[in-house]
Design a protein around this ligand. Structure first.
Ligand code: AMP
Length: 217
C-alpha cells in the first residue's frame, strides 16, 4: 500500500519511467499521464496540435512549454486523476514545473513525490536504440532486455511493434543532450522543495518496482 499517489517521474529518456509506470498504475489504480504518448496520439490523428508538435518530436527537441502544460492541466482536472496520477515525461523544464504548480493550485491538488530515475548514459542509449513500441497501445519492449514473446507483436494487445522515429541513435543522442540542458535543472528545483527521491534505474524491472514502492510508502 502506498501513501504517495500524486507523482512526477523525472529522468532521461530510456530510464524506465514508462516501464515502471505500467505495474504501478495497474496495482494502485493511478492515472498515467505521459505527455510523449499523448503527443504521439495527436500526431497519429493528424490534429492541429499534432502538426505543430511533429517537427520538434522528430528532431528530439521539446514542444513549447505552454502547449504541454495546457494538455496536462486538462487531464489533471478529470475524475480519473482523483485517486492519484503519474506524470511521466512532464515537467521537462523549470517553466513547465512552474506552470504545473499553478495548475495544481487552481485544481486544489498537491504533488506527493518526484522520483528521479538515474542510469548511466551508455545504458540509456543502448535501451533507447533497442526499444520497440506498440503502435496500438504504446507499451514498450526491448530487443535486448525485454523482448516480446513473438517477434514484432505486442504481448499485451497483439498490435504491431515498431521502432519510434525518435529512437534512432542520432535523435536519441540529441534527446539526452536536451535532457541535460533543459530538464536536469529540475533536480535542483525539486530538491529545494524537499520532495525528490532517487531510484537506480539500471536495476531489473522487478527490483526497480520494489524500490519504487518502498519510496512511495
Ligand atoms: P517521450 O515519449 O516522453 O520520450 O517524449 C517524446 C517527445 O515528445 C519528446 O522528445 C518531445 O519532443 C515531446 N515531449 C514529450 N513530453 C514533453 C514535455 N513535457 N515537454 C516538451 N516536449 C515533450
Amino acid at each position: 500500500m502506498i501513501t504517495k499517489k500524486n507523482l512526477v517521474l523525472l529522468g532521461p529518456p530510456g530510464a524506465g519511467k514508462g516501464t515502471l509506470s505500467d505495474p504501478l498504475m495497474a496495482q494502485e489504480k493511478l492515472a498515467h499521464i505521459s505527455t510523449g504518448e499523448i503527443l504521439r496520439g495527436e500526431v497519429a490523428a493528424g490534429t492541429e496540435l499534432g502538426k505543430q508538435a511533429e517537427a520538434c518530436m522528430k528532431a528530439g527537441k521539446l514542444v513549447p512549454d505552454q502547449v504541454v502544460a495546457d494538455m496536462v492541466a486538462a487531464r489533471l482536472a478529470t475524475p480519473e486523476c482523483a485517486n492519484g496520477f503519474i506524470l511521466d515525461g512532464f515537467p521537462r523544464t523549470v517553466a513547465q514545473a512552474e506552470l504545473l504548480e499553478e495548475a495544481m493550485v487552481r485544481i486544489g491538488m498537491k504533488l506527493d513525490a518526484v522520483i528521479l530515475f538515474e542510469a548511466p548514459e551508455d545504458l540509456l542509449l543502448q535501451r533507447l536504440t533497442a526499444r520497440l513500441t506498440c503502435k496500438k497501445c504504446g507499451v514498450a519492449f526491448n530487443k535486448l532486455f525485454a523482448p516480446p514473446k513473438q517477434e514484432g507483436v505486442c504481448d499485451r494487445c497483439g498490435g504491431e511493434l515498431i521502432q519510434r522515429a525518435d529512437d534512432s541513435l542520432e535523435t536519441a543522442k540529441n534527446r539526452l543532450k536536451v535532457y541535460h540542458e533543459q530538464t536536469a535543472p529540475l533536480i535542483q528545483f525539486y530538491e529545494g522543495k524537499g520532495c525528490l527521491a532517487r531510484i537506480d534505474s539500471s536495476l531489473p524491472v522487478d527490483k526497480g518496482f520494489a524500490a519504487l514502492l518502498a519510496l512511495l510508502k
